[in-house]
Ligand binder design. Structure first.
Ligand code: AMP
Length: 449
């Protein structure tokens, strides 16, 4: 390697980069995030869900207590650190724990029940980075807290499905559903499951051997081939469901049928968090199965009590936005872009510059997306820039035009120019762009104090 190459390599290594597993959302990808957020907000607003944002970090206990000590998240995926007063804090690895903490902290049980909330947030997990698996990722999710009815489980699935339809990926996903019972019937099942594995420990992967003691239900959804073969023959949870859990699950499926959404009963679906009871479900990628689940959720009737509140039923779901975007790209779904500019304003001389400062804003006020290169020198350089912005029209204001109170409109595609009166240029531009293409911002009606 030459000295030059060594130096180049050194410089590259010194360059600041993002840590492994986290990424910048560049403008082209933001179009997808913006579109998904819009769809989620629209559907949630229609359905009476209100948005909540919990902090990026919370006391570690909030997650530890709710997600469960033996889960993968708590065992090895949390970003936990001490602050200057030695308090243990954790970047949120999932959304439900924080929402439930907020429900309790703000006395939301006094509100009409159920309380229906949604969030769109970044989350953090020390996962092994790979396609569709990052250390900072975005999730949106819904929670329905304070009422117990199997129709609510069906309803939250229906809302999710509707959003996937809007995003154009519903047909790529398959809904998997199961019941993992209540703590009482599950306890009996876990004993049976552990008995089944006695003598088979050596065929299990290392992680499953640990799970056998700490989190036996997770033995069922291990992705290792040998573990899967054993799980196939293991006792089935639905054989051990108590009468109430069985009836509840049958009702969920009955309501789901009424919605017309297809589902697959999956008696090995358990989900990775401790707080679930009864209904669990996931939306899998039809072509890649569990490896590429876009998200899932379930009922968590015991969680609020576990976190210090009164016994309160609840059901929720969370979806990963990066996986959804991967699917949208795979399906070649084009999302709307409002970033295309309408007008570039080119000018020469200080007088023209002064006029342009206001002209640019007057155009923007009318909804015309306008940029001007006030810092650029020659007209040639400015027009080159206009080409780069791919604007359909450029306005040119030189010394002569300022003197004569005129301005030039240049059609960039045709390369044709016309001179118009400065006083009518905004109307002319609006005509050319078309009223329906204007970018008008309306914050809604605001009542000032
Ligand atoms: P979970 O809360 O683990 O069930 O995750 C719900 C969904 O969030 C998953 O199905 C993924 O779509 C997404 N998700 C979870 N972890 C990650 C990650 N590390 N990177 C990207 N997306 C993730």
């Amino acid at each position: 390697m030459s000295d030059d190459q060594t130096e180049q390599k050194k410089q590259k290594l010194n360059r600041l980069q993002t840590p492994l597993g986290v990424f910048d959302i560049l403008p082209e990808d933001h179009l997808y995030y913006t579109h998904i957020k819009k769809v989620v907000r629209h559907r949630c607003r229609q359905s009476g869900f209100r948005r909540i944002t919990t902090p990026i970090f919370e006391f570690t206990d909030v997650f530890q207590r709710s997600i469960g000590d033996a889960t993968d998240i708590v065992q090895k995926e949390m970003y936990t650190f001490s602050d200057r007063k030695d308090r243990s804090l954790t970047l949120k690895p999932e959304g439900t724990a924080g929402v439930v903490r907020a429900y309790l902290q703000h006395g939301m049980k006094e509100l009409p029940q159920p309380v229906e909330l949604y969030y769109i947030e970044p989350h953090f997990r020390y996962d092994r980075p790979q396609k569709g698996r990052y250390r900072q990722f975005w999730q949106f999710g819904f929670e329905v807290i304070g009422e117990l009815d199997p129709a609510l489980d069906a309803q939250i699935i229906q809302l999710s499905h509707k959003i996937f339809e809007d995003l154009g990926i519903a047909h790529m996903l398959s809904l998997q559903i199961n019941s993992i019972g209540c703590p009482i019937c599950r306890e009996e099942y876990i004993t049976q499951l552990q008995n089944y594995y006695v003598g088979k420990e050596r065929s299990l992967c290392e992680i499953c051997r640990e799970r056998l003691v700490k989190n036996p239900l997770r033995l069922l959804d291990c992705k290792e081939e040998d573990c899967q073969i054993l799980a196939q023959l293991a006792p089935k949870l639905n054989m051990y469901l108590c009468k109430e859990c069985k009836e509840f699950h049958a009702k969920v499926l009955e309501f789901l049928e009424a919605t017309g959404i297809e589902y697959q009963k999956n008696d090995k679906l358990v989900r990775g968090l401790d707080y679930y009871t009864r209904t669990v479900f996931e939306f899998w990628d039809k072509s890649e199965g569990a490896q590429n689940s876009v998200g899932g959720g379930g009922r968590y009737d015991g969680l609020i009590e576990l976190m210090g509140g009164a016994s309160t039923p609840a059901v929720g779901v969370a979806f990963g936005m990066e996986r959804i975007i991967l699917n949208m790209k795979k399906e070649k779904i084009e999302v709307p872009s409002k970033d295309d500019l309408h007008i570039f304003v080119a000018q020469l001389g200080d007088e023209a510059k002064k006029t342009c400062l206001n002209l640019i804003w007057e155009l923007r006020e009318r909804g015309v997306k306008t940029v001007g290169a006030l810092g650029k020198g020659s007209m040639k350089a400015q027009l080159r820039l206009a080409d780069k912005f791919k604007v359909p029209y450029t306005l040119i204001l030189g010394i002569t035009e300022v003197r004569e109170n005129t301005i030039i409109i240049r059609d960039m595609a045709k390369g044709q120019q016309k001179i118009v009166s400065f006083d009518t240029v905004i109307d002319e531009v609006v005509n050319l762009i078309g009223e329906k293409n204007l970018d008008k911002y309306s914050p809604g009606e605001v009542v000032y104090g």
